[in-house]
Design a protein around this ligand. Sequence first.
Ligand SMILES: NC(=O)c1ccc[n+]([C@@H]2O[C@H](COP(=O)([O-])OP(=O)(O)OC[C@H]3O[C@@H](n4cnc5c(N)ncnc54)[C@H](O)[C@@H]3O)[C@@H](O)[C@H]2O)c1
Length: 384
Amino acid sequence: MKELNVALIGCGFMGKAHSNAWRSVRLFYPNAAAYPRLKVICGAPGEDVQRYADIYGWEEASQDWQATVARDDIDIIDIVTPGKLHAPIAIAAAQTGKAVSCEKPLANTMEEAESMADAVEKAGVVNLCSFNYRRVPAVALAKQLIEEGFLGRVFHWRAQYLQDWIVDPSFPLVWRLQKSEAGSGALGDIGAHIVDLSHYLCGRVTELTAHMETFIHERPLLAEVTGGLSAEAGSGMGTVDVDDAALWLAKFDNGAIGTFEATRFAPGGLNKNRWEINGEHGSIRFNLERLTELEVFSRKDPEHIQGWKTIQVSQSVQPYVAAYWPPGHHIGWEHTFINSVHDLMEAVVNGTEMRPTFRDGLYVQKVLGAVEASNDSRQWEKVL
Ligand SMILES: NC(=O)c1ccc[n+]([C@@H]2O[C@H](COP(=O)([O-])OP(=O)(O)OC[C@H]3O[C@@H](n4cnc5c(N)ncnc54)[C@H](O)[C@@H]3O)[C@@H](O)[C@H]2O)c1
């Protein structure tokens, strides 16, 4: 079994989720091609990175991402910073020949995403855009069913990603509410996930018409900005220059039509990433808040017993499940990251296919760009 040295750039929410994945992967996949060595974690200048290294289990701490990326004893760079830093870190990592994983959305703009996809392809390095929901076992099972013909011709894609964590107007101006840091608001943060899922499960969007809304235009500034939490600090109010909600109607290349909704203003929507696909033979639906369940409806069932069926996705014959517990001993959200780092290491060592790639991330960015263009033009826009 090969040892791969990993450097993680970012110590926040995703820093913790990815650290857990790197730490746990060997336990659940003992026969994998490689196991990771948690070599170095890197945070923002002024951040107490040593504390994160101690808690998350990394050998070393750094506050200098350039120096970290330049090290010749690192095999994989894992980027979990705000969007503004994705492109410079990923391009530098590719240029040193390292495998790169980057959190979603791939970048803040289409141009940045394009340079990133070009850089990893030019360098010939393994690359992953971390749309982790492809690696929920129930979602991977949906993909398998679709490939087996469960739906037949697809008519509808219907997706909503609903959260509610910024409804309170006193919630501060964090980086996710600043265009210079995050690129966009609900659109890139959570809308990007349902675009990637539609790409994975349904097809490519060719054109769309959209509306975006910002409900609260000013929010209290943070007193301090250590750890890359915001672009500006102070005692007054600052401007929110991203969307709070985005909705769009889309046409797919396979003739299906779809709706997408992403909002952080839906009280009761905690992490309600839900979608439904309707095809000629039946329907499939999923809700991340009940992530071990997949609901299916088959028109091929005898008519007198037709109805929605809920599959408990915890059988070892279902995707990814065999790595974990016996049937009915359910896994959670964090396991999507464990599955991702496992697959990434397999790709690095054995050359297995790794999706979604940066090119897939660029496709998502193009859809996000078309949503913004349509919101501005009030017209249908093509996804080029
Ligand atoms: N896949 C998912 O489900 C998911 C969920 C949440 C966030 N994300 C993505 O993960 C990324 C990070 O989000 P988060 O929620 O962890 O943010 P966060 O605010 O919790 O953490 C950001 C971290 O970035 C690091 N950072 C900032 N400036 C830096 C610099 N100059 N050098 C090195 N490190 C620096 C800091 O360590 C900081 O703690 C974003 O791209 C976000 O969209 C993905």
